[in-house]
Ligand binder design. Structure first.
Ligand code: PNS
Length: 182
């Protein structure tokens, strides 16, 4: 059911699994990258969907988040990055994906994730959410912790790739410059 049949070529039937990995990715962490790497080895094609939501006020713009994700996923040939606004399920439908991937860190994630996956499944029974448990070494990690550590000048190299460190330093020094002029 999760394998979608592709148009036939030379009489052969070709099936593929297309998955979406949605999130805010503000910023992308090694925990996200671990989920991307593992789900890209399960699905034929993985689309990382970056939420462009006017209600949340992210540190990085959607363009910056897409850009950092493209750089850190460049090594995976079957991974694409795109942004979306509105409902995740509509985005997944448009892509003709059959699977939504989410990472589960701890029991605290579970209630929200369960509610989200059940709501999405009611809206579109043809798309299921698959959970990957976060690798132990990243179980504690979250984008908000990374932002807090960076804000107070801490070392974030254990948590995020170099490209994110560079963008974070750039962003924080620009903000500090702006604050000086206010
Ligand atoms: O990285 P996050 O912030 O935990 O990701 C949450 C995300 C983007 C997956 C979720 O907020 C989402 O799907 N937002 C889109 C709006 C939507 O579809 N809401 C209904 C889900 S029940």
């Amino acid at each position: 059911m999760y394998r979608r049949k592709l148009p036939q070529r030379s009489g052969m039937e070709i099936f593929m699994i297309k998955a979406v990995y949605p999130g805010s990715f503000d910023p992308v962490t090694f925990g996200h990258l671990d989920i991307i790497r593992r789900s890209a080895s399960i699905a034929d094609q993985l689309i990382v969907g970056v939420l462009n939501n006017g209600q949340k006020k992210p540190l990085f713009s959607v363009e910056e988040r897409v850009s950092m994700l493209r750089q850190v996923t460049a090594e995976f040939p079957n991974v694409k990055v795109a942004s979306f606004s509105g409902l995740l399920i509509d985005f997944a439908r448009e892509l003709e994906a059959t699977i939504i991937v989410r990472g589960l860190r701890a029991i605290t994630d579970f209630e929200y994730e369960l509610q989200m996956s059940q709501t999405n499944h009611i809206m579109e029974p043809g798309i299921d959410t698959v959970f990957l448990t976060t690798s132990l070494e990243y179980a504690y990690l979250s984008s908000s912790t990374v932002k807090e550590v960076a804000l107070f000048g801490g070392d974030i190299s254990h948590f995020v790739p170099q490209v994110v460190i560079d963008m974070m330093q750039n962003k924080l020094s620009n903000d500090q410059r702006r604050n000086c002029h206010e």
